[in-house]
Structure formats: structure tokens, C-alpha cells
Design a protein around this ligand. Structure first.
Ligand SMILES: *Cc1c(COP(=O)(O)O)cnc(C)c1O
Length: 350
């Protein structure tokens, strides 16, 4: 890895962040707050929220076993993804490398920030070759995007290959572990000390059942987290989101129960799909969804839409010809999908 200062955009390295009233007085002993031009009425919504979300981070630190200073919270993982570009990538000069196919936001944010995006095709089993990734990097490569378990394929990327990329890369390697709660593979969040050039992403949107509150997490060394804090909007996580996050962490046993149900249903669903004559293949998954190769994905997709059942048609994505991505729902939702797709299959028997 290069020195952090040589990876960060010079304007960001020099930036003096906006200092809000709530930043300047961070103590807990005062009781009269006349510093932020807030309305004294309409409690508790009259007050600006904690800009650094200390209470939420302390709880997350416990559950995820990381230092609170190594956590950044964003308005969804999407904010953390965008900040990676804004902190590290000089528009029209720097570039990023990513596995392909993968989550669409890495490319959207590259385009938004006018940064060159270099996709590197996975193999037919959706596995990554570290040497291909490293070959695509040059002196201006600031970030490498690895999503594991990967979306839309669902599989874990080989840990050994990820380690090769991390240890041989001059830049930052971002490992998006949005789906790691559904997997038994060891995660990279627990390796922050070993690998100072990684940023690990997690989210409240999947296993935690809180997509609506928009809360994403980035884990990295303190220096990187401080850069994110400097660039983010001062009050990026609103008070309602912080409150709900504290509640869901206290109800962590619910999350465990949801996980158990989803994993059990995943097994049933995959078996049901494999038994369909119109399904060619279900790819291995470590996530709360699976990718299935059909004889005619578009026809199945259209039929399901007619029935009011929406899955994700990935047929136009590279390596995903005729593939549908199916999220695991409740038992009754899954049963409805399987029922409809069996009907379609019967009607289209050769
Ligand atoms: C769903 C998903 C996320 C979550 O994004 P949020 O903005 O936190 O909702 C992140 N990464 C991947 C790969 C995803 O599929």
C-alpha cells in the first residue's frame, strides 16, 4: 500500500471540515443549549442529531467487535461508496478496478464522480482471479471493488484470491460484505488490523431488516474513517434513524431468528428451482437470494409479473444470460412464487 497521503485527493487531505455547533460542544454536562439556532419547542425533534452518532457506534462496536473509531455510518452503504470516490479519486485522472458482474452502485458512483471504471470479468463460476485484477491496476488505481458474497451471483469470492489482491495492491481494497450475515465464511471486518488498506462495508438493509431507515456501515482504520467524517454532510444520519438503529441492535435476537428462517427457506427454494424442467442451473449462494439460469428468463419474468410476483431479471448482465435473481421471502411468498412458476413450467413443457 502507498502512504495514505499519496492515495487521498490533495484537496481532501488539506480540507478543514465544517465545524457545527454540535461538534464544538460535545460534552454531556450542559443543560441549556442556545448555540445552534434550534427551536426550543417540539422536543425531541427540535435538536440536531449527534453528527458522529457515538451511541449507535458504541453498540455496533460491541456486536461487530471493532473499535468505535473504526466505524463510519452513512445514509445507506451508498453514501460510503460515494465517499470512497470523493476522498480518494481525482476526477479524470484516477481509476478504479472492480469485479464484473457486481453491484451497480460502484459504477454509478464512478460515473457521477467522473472516474474511470475498469470492470474485470469473473470466470464462469463467478470466481475472481487476483492476477487479472492486479493486471488491470496501474499507478492511478486508487480503489479495487470486491463484493463478497457477490451480487447478483450470490457466491463468496475466494478468500485466498481476495487476500492476494489486498496484499499486492498499492491502493485501497473495498470489500462489500452486505450479505456476509448469511454466510459462514470468515469475514474481513475482523482483519482491519492485519490489512490497513481495506475498507469493509456492511448494511442495516439486508439481514437486519432495516432498508427503510437507510443506514450503512464502513469499517476501516481510524485515519480513513476520519477522512470520511471530514467529507460527509455534518448531520448525515437523522435522529429517527439513530433511534431505530439502537432499538434493532437491542432486539438482536429477532435478527438471529430472521436469519434462521431465511436460510431454511433458501434451502427449500433452491431445491424447488432445481426440480423445475425449465431451470437449467441454480448457482451456489451465500446470500439471501440466488441466481437461477432458466431456459427463457424473460418469458418467466413476464409471466410472474402478470401474477403480481416480481423477481429480478438479470438476463442482460454479463455472464447472466437467461438468469433470474430471486430474493428469499416469507414461507407464503416463496410458496406463491414456486406455485406460479410450476404452472408456467407445466404450460411450457416441451
Ligand atoms: C443491498 C446492497 C447494499 C446495501 O445498500 P444500502 O445503501 O446500505 O441499502 C450494499 N451492497 C450490496 C452489494 C448490496 O447488494
Amino acid at each position: 500500500m502507498k502512504e495514505l497521503q499519496n492515495l487521498v485527493r490533495p484537496n481532501i487531505w488539506k480540507l478543514a471540515p465544517y465545524s457545527s455547533a454540535r461538534n464544538e460542544y460535545a460534552g454531556h454536562t450542559a443543560h441549556v443549549f442556545l448555540d445552534a439556532n434550534e427551536n426550543p419547542y417540539n422536543k425531541p425533534y427540535n435538536r440536531y442529531p449527534d453528527p458522529l452518532q457515538i451511541d449507535v457506534k458504541e453498540k455496533i462496536a460491541n456486536i461487530k467487535d471493532v473499535n468505535p473509531e473504526c466505524i463510519f455510518l452513512g445514509n445507506g452503504s451508498d453514501e460510503a461508496i460515494d465517499l470512497c470516490y470523493r476522498v480518494f479519486c481525482e476526477p479524470r485522472i484516477d481509476n478504479v478496478v472492480a469485479i464484473e458482474p457486481t453491484y451497480g452502485m460502484y459504477k454509478v458512483c464512478a460515473d457521477l464522480n467522473d472516474v474511470e471504471y475498469r470492470p474485470v470479468l469473473l470466470d464462469d463460476n463467478f470466481q475472481m482471479s487476483a492476477s487479472k485484477i492486479l493486471d488491470a491496476c496501474d499507478d492511478h488505481t486508487k480503489l479495487v471493488w470486491i463484493c463478497s458474497p457477490n451480487n447478483p451471483s450470490g457466491n463468496n469470492i475466494s478468500r485466498e484470491e481476495i487476500v492476494k489482491v489486498i496484499t499486492n495492491s498499492d491502493g485501497i481494497v473495498i470489500i462489500d460484505e452486505a450479505y456476509s450475515d448469511f454466510s459462514r465464511e470468515k469475514n474481513f471486518r475482523s482483519e482491519l488490523k492485519k490489512y490497513p488498506n481495506i475498507i469493509v462495508l456492511n448494511t442495516f438493509s439486508k439481514a437486519w431488516g432495516c432498508a427503510a431507515i437507510r443506514l450503512g456501515m464502513a469499517f476501516a482504520g481510524k485515519e480513513i474513517i476520519n477522512l470520511f467524517n471530514k467529507v460527509k454532510y455534518p448531520y448525515n444520519i437523522n435522529a429517527l434513524t439513530q433511534k431505530k438503529a439502537l432499538e434493532i441492535i437491542d432486539d438482536y435476537s429477532d435478527v438471529h431468528e430472521w436469519l434462521r428462517l431465511i436460510l431454511m427457506e433458501r434451502t427449500h427454494m433452491i431445491k424447488a428451482f432445481r426440480d423445475l424442467p425449465i431451470c437449467e442451473r441454480v448457482y451456489p449462494t451465500d446470500a439471501n437470494f440466488f441466481l437461477a439460469k432458466m431456459d427463457d428468463a424473460q418469458a418467466v419474468y413476464d409471466y410472474l409479473v402478470e401474477k403480481g410476483i416480481i423477481v429480478r431479471n438479470r438476463t442482460r448482465v454479463r455472464l447472466c444470460n437467461n438468469c433470474l435473481r430471486v430474493t428469499i421471502g416469507t414461507r407464503s411468498e416463496n410458496a406463491e412464487l414456486i406455485g406460479a412458476i410450476r404452472q408456467f413450467s407445466e404450460a411450457h413443457k416441451a
